[in-house]
Each structure stands twice: as structure tokens, then as C-alpha cells.
Design a protein around this ligand. Sequence first.
Ligand code: PLP
Length: 421
Amino acid sequence: MAAIDLFCNPSSLCIDRPSLRVGSSCFSVEGKLRRSGIAYMASSVPIKEESRENLGCSVTGDSFIRPHLRKLSPYQPILPFEVLSTRLGRKPEDIVKLDANENPYGPPPEVLEALGSMRFPYIYPDPESRSLRAALAEDSGIESEYILAGCGADELIDLIMRCVLDPGDKIVDCPPTFTMYEFDAAVNAARVIKVSRKLDFSLDVEQIAEVVEQERPKCIFLTSPNNPDGSIINDETLLKILTLPVLVVLDEAYIEFSGIESRMSWVKKYENLIVLRTFSKRAGLAGIRVGYGAFPFSIIEYLWRAKQPYNVSVAAEISACAALTNPVYLENVKVALVLERERLFKLLKEVPFLNPYPSYSNFILCEVTSGMDAKKLKEDLAKMGIMIRHYNNKELSGYVRVSVGKPEHTDALMLCLKRLG
Ligand SMILES: Cc1ncc(COP(=O)(O)O)c(C=O)c1O
């Protein structure tokens, strides 16, 4: 049976620490309000004697934080490149970075040219990202009215949740998968129903249907290709899930590497489908932060209302538009990564302590076998300047994920794996 989790990890809590005092005098909200001239407004709200005392002397900053956030485990992002470089004692260019599914070829040259000749960095960006959405309409074949851009697909995941979920509402998550869904659900005080994938990482559709019927979740997050294993969702499976009374958010961050068509245009037909994509992988723009999504008309209107007005920066819009002017480059890079994925897969298969899973994406998940410890493998490779991804969660503790890099990155990885074997 699926497990319902309230994503609250008390281990990250700091609420047991002693009260924070600012200098010798206590932080007094009441006094501050008086001085700032809004004491009248504030005093019109009756404050109980007890809470006044709290405010005066023993208040801690975290008491202002919403209770569910006080229990939130922080998201564990990768280390910034410069920090990593210092820690490893290696120059950034000497690090083989295969831990975050970035695109090592970077963006087409047009992007840097466009950034260098940016004319209006001092003017706020277009809140509707009109140029980008027009370019995306051409790129995807779906009209720009269905498209909304964001500061990475990450922002759109959070924005969808903010628009859809009331505190206590449920989402369905299908682990192992991209962990931002459960993280954002926790930030939005939602509950997560986990329907684990089967052993081959395919979706358990029957279980999903049962959970949707019994628990009435608001939405389900699906990923195709799925991060971390690279499996895809076929039409039949997606169509079955779309018949359920639940909003389906299909994350296609890696769709370009899969050889299958994006389902962006499906949002015209299915009122309960949202499709998310990104420039991070396809165009090597992870550091610039541009994502986009296709939404049914009945939904997109509310995202427009709720989003931050300037969520896509001038630099981000210029970069993404410039990247789309060179489809040949994007195609060549994709082909290079797909070819390299196949080569990497064959080589990893020959490593006696790794069992790689076939992938439709720009990464390969490997089970670490033969008594080799996955975490130690990751750490040993890091000492040699090769970064791969290891997981702290129980389900994936015996696995590592290797992003597909350039041929020389594969060669360096294989050399180090040989040494470790
Ligand atoms: C499945 C999936 N969706 C979304 C993202 C984030 O995309 P973006 O960089 O556009 O925020 C990632 C990043 O690794 C991912 O793996």
C-alpha cells in the first residue's frame, strides 16, 4: 500500500535551542512598532499578557516561521563549482562533473554574443516573456498562449503547487524520481502519497489509480524520462493516468534525449495535463535558469496571476531566444550526448561492480554490486576529480548516477573506475 508522508523531518529542527537574545536587551516588537509610528494599528490587535511577555523577552526568530516549515528538511543541492574546486584542490576545468545532468557542451555561441550585447539590463524584463514564448511556439508547434516561462522548471513546479494546493492537500509522487516534487510539496504544506515504481522503474498504474480513488490527491507528478533511471512513460500508460480525476504534471526536462515527441500539444486536449520543459539540459543553460511549460487555458490564467511578475530575467530571456536561433547546434549536441550515452552504457556494463540501467536520458543509473559501497565509490572518484551522484535515501543507497559528458569525460571516468576495481 502506498505510504502517506507528511514531509516533516524533525532532525533538521532548531526549535530546541535556547532563546535568541539580541545583545543584552531583548528584541521587542512592541517597542519597534511604537517607534515606527504604527503602534496605533498594532495596538488595535489585543495582545494577551502572556504573549506580550514572549514578544518582549523570550521570543526566538524561528517562532515567526510557519510551523510546517520549521520541520522542513532543507533541499540538498550540489556544491557550487567554485566551492567544489576549492574542496578538491583542483581547477574547475580539471573536474569531470558528471553529477548534475548538466550539458557539458554549454549553449550555442549565439547566447554569449547576445548576452554581451544586451541593451537594456537596467530595465525590468517583460513579465510575459513575449519574445521567448513566440520563439517557443515556433520551436514546439504549440501556440504561445499555452506557454508560460519560468526561472527554471523548478520555479514552475513550485508555482503549480502554490496555485493548486491548499495546506493538507495531497499529491502523488512516484519515487525514485526527482526530489523537488516532495520538497515543494513540503514547502506548500501538502501531503505526499508515495506510489513507488516497480523494480524496473516503470509506474505502478494500478496502484496509482487505487490511491487516486481512495485519497483524492489534487495532482500527480510524472517524469519522462525519469530522473534518476532514465525510463520513459509510453502513451498507453499516460493515457490511462489522464483518465483519472487528478491533475497530471508531466516533467519532460530530458525529453530531447529520449527520441520521443514531447507531449506539450496534448494540453490542448487534456484539461488535466501540464507539461514542463527546460533549457537547462537541451541548451546548456542550467546556470541561467529558464524553464517553460504548456498548460490548458483553464489553468494557465491562474499561473499568470500568481507568478512573480519578473520571474524570467532579461539575461534569461535573451539567452533562451538566442539558443533557439541555432537549432542545428542544439541538434548536434543532442546527437553527441545520445551517442556518448550508448558508448558509456557499454563501457559501464563491462565494469565488474556496476550494473547500469538502459536510459533514454543524459544520465545512467548504476546499481553498485559485488560488495562495493556506492557512497565510497562516489567519494573515491571525487578524490580523483570525477564527480558522480550518490543518494542518501534508503531506496537508492546502493546506486550511483552518472551524467553523460563528452567522450573525454567518459574516458577519464573509465580510467578511474579501472583503478578502483
Ligand atoms: C526531472 C527534472 N525536472 C526539472 C529539473 C530542473 O530543471 P530546471 O533547471 O529548469 O529548474 C531537473 C533538474 O535536474 C530534473 O531532473
